[in-house]
Design a protein around this ligand. Structure first.
Ligand SMILES: *Cc1c(COP(=O)(O)O)cnc(C)c1O
Length: 408
C-alpha cells in the first residue's frame, strides 16, 4: 500500500468493532462497565487496556486516532476537541513557570493570544523573534528555553521559514521543534523529513471535510529523544519513548478535559478518507486563482507561496507538495474590500479555513478585532487585506464570481 488515498481508506491497525461494522459507529456513551471489581481495578491501573470513561478514551475517537497514526507512521497521536486544545496541550506539556518559549508573532490569532497573555501569566517567558532570521533565533536560546514553536505557513501572512534549519538549531540546544501544520497537513508536508518533532493541527480544517466539526491533533513523530527534557523525567521512567504523549494525554489533556466528541471523531474519520481529493482540488484552484489575480489592476499584493515571485517560492516548493489553499490580496482601500466581499455571490463571508466552499474574510476586522492598529501593521495586516480560503468549486465559476464582484 503506497498511495496516500489508499492508505487513507485502508491503513491499519484500526479499532475492530464488536459487530464487525465496516465503518466504526458512534459510541455515544460516557461510561463502560466491568464484569468484576478485580478487572475494574486492573483496568484502572492500566494493566488491561479497556475503556473506562469517555473523557479519557472512546472507541470512535480511538479509531480516528489510530487512523491518523497509521496514515502518518507516527509514534503516537492524541486527538483533542479543537486545534487550540492541540496547541495549548502540546506547549503546556513542555513548560513550567520560569521556563521560556521561542516563537514568532506571525501566528493564528488565538495562538498569539495564548503566547502573549496566558503563558506569561503562568510565569512562562515568551520570546518573540523573526523566525526568518536564523541568527536572531540562535541568539534567543539560553538555558531556560524549552520549546521552539511556529506555523509551517503563517496565517494570514503566509510566511514560510526553513524548518530543517530551525529544527537543527533547536536540537543543538536539546529543545524540540513544535509546528502548527494546519495550513499544510501530512499529505502536503512530511514533518519528520524536515525535523518537526511534534506536529499540532486543527482537524477542523482540511481533515473534517467541509467544516463539519471542530477538532485537533497532536502528533509525535518519534524523532526527539525525550530524555533530553528534564520536565519529562518522571514520565520517561513510566512510558519511555512515549513520555511526551503520556504527559500530554494523562496529565494536561485529561486535566483540561478538551475532549473530541465521538460525533466529531466520526465526521472527521469520514473526512480523512477524502482529504487527498479535496486537497488536490483546492490547492490547484488556489494556485490558479493566485496566478490569475496577480495582474488584476483592482487588487494588489497577491500573496501565495507557490507564485514564482513570492519571496518564499524556493523554500515552500522544497518543503511542501502544495502551498495550501489560502491566499491573500489587498483591495485599493478598506471600502473597496468591503464592497468586493459584499458583491460576491458564490464565495461566502465566513472565517473557517479549508471548507469545501470558498470563504473570504477581512483579517484586520474579523480575526484581529482587538489588536491595535500599530500591532496589526507590524503583523502585515492592513484594513484592505482579504484572506481567501479556496474551496473545491469549478474554477471558472470562482473566476466569474470574482470578476463580477470587482466590477464597479
Ligand atoms: C484554525 C486554526 C487553529 C485553531 O483551530 P480550532 O480547531 O479552530 O481550535 C490553530 N492554528 C491555525 C493555523 C488555524 O488555522
Amino acid at each position: 500500500m503506497k498511495g496516500f488515498t489508499t492508505k487513507a481508506l485502508h491503513a491499519k491497525p484500526r479499532v475492530k468493532d464488536a459487530h464487525g461494522a465496516l465503518r466504526m459507529p458512534i459510541y455515544e456513551n460516557a461510561a463502560y462497565e466491568f464484569d468484576s471489581s478485580e478487572e475494574f481495578g486492573e483496568v484502572s491501573l492500566g494493566k488491561i487496556p479497556k475503556h473506562v470513561y469517555s473523557r479519557s478514551s472512546n472507541p470512535t475517537v480511538e479509531d480516528f486516532e489510530l487512523h491518523i497514526k497509521s496514515l502518518t507512521n507516527a509514534l503516537g497521536v492524541l486527538t483533542l476537541g479543537s486545534g487550540m486544545a492541540a496547541v495549548t496541550t502540546a506547549i503546556l506539556s513542555l513548560v513550567k513557570a520560569g521556563d521560556s518559549v521561542i516563537t514568532t508573532k506571525y501566528l493564528f490569532g488565538h495562538t498569539l493570544s495564548f503566547f502573549q497573555n496566558t503563558l506569561p501569566n503562568m510565569g512562562v517567558n515568551v520570546k518573540f523573534v523573526n523566525v526568518l532570521d536564523e541568527e536572531e533565533v540562535k541568539a534567543a536560546f539560553d538555558e531556560s528555553v524549552r520549546v521552539l514553536f511556529l506555523e509551517t505557513i503563517s496565517n494570514p501572512q503566509l510566511q514560510v521559514a526553513n524548518l530543517k534549519n530551525l529544527s537543527d538549531i533547536a536540537h543543538s540546544h536539546n529543545v524540540p521543534l513544535v509546528a502548527d501544520t494546519t495550513m499544510t497537513p501530512f499529505y502536503i508536508f512530511d514533518a519528520k523529513e524536515f525535523g518537526v518533532d511534534v506536529e499540532v493541527l486543527s482537524s477542523t480544517k482540511f481533515i473534517s471535510g467541509g467544516g463539519t466539526s471542530v477538532g485537533g491533533l497532536v502528533i509525535d513523530h518519534g524523532i526527539f529523544d525525550w530524555r533530553r527534557v528534564k520536565l519529562l523525567d518522571g514520565y520517561y521512567k513510566k512510558a519511555g519513548h512515549f513520555a511526551f504523549l503520556y504527559k500530554a494525554r494523562k496529565e494536561i489533556f485529561q486535566g483540561l478535559g478538551a475532549v473530541l466528541s465521538p460525533d466529531s471523531a466520526y465526521l472527521q474519520t469520514l473526512g480523512l478518507e477524502t482529504m487527498v481529493l479535496r486537497i488536490d482540488r483546492a490547492c490547484q484552484n488556489a494556485l490558479e486563482l493566485a496566478s490569475w489575480l496577480k495582474d488584476n489592476k483592482k487588487i494588489r499584493n497577491v500573496n501565495y507561496p507557490f507564485l514564482p515571485e513570492s519571496p518564499f517560492y524556493d523554500i515552500a516548493t522544497k518543503q511542501f507538495r502544495y502551498a495550501g489553499s489560502i491566499l491573500t490580496f489587498e483591495a485599493l482601500s478598506k471600502e473597496a474590500a468591503y464592497k468586493f466581499m459584499d458583491n460576491l455571490q458564490i464565495i461566502r463571508r465566513a472565517t473557517n479555513l479549508h471548507d469545501n466552499k470558498t470563504l473570504i474574510v477581512s483579517p484586520y476586522y474579523v480575526i484581529y478585532p482587538f489588536n491595535s492598529h500599530e500591532e496589526k501593521t507590524t503583523l502585515e495586516i492592513s484594513p484592505a487585506l482579504m484572506r481567501l480560503s479556496v474551496g473545491i468549486e469549478d474554477i471558472e465559476d470562482l473566476k466569474e464570481d470574482i470578476e463580477q464582484a470587482l466590477r464597479d
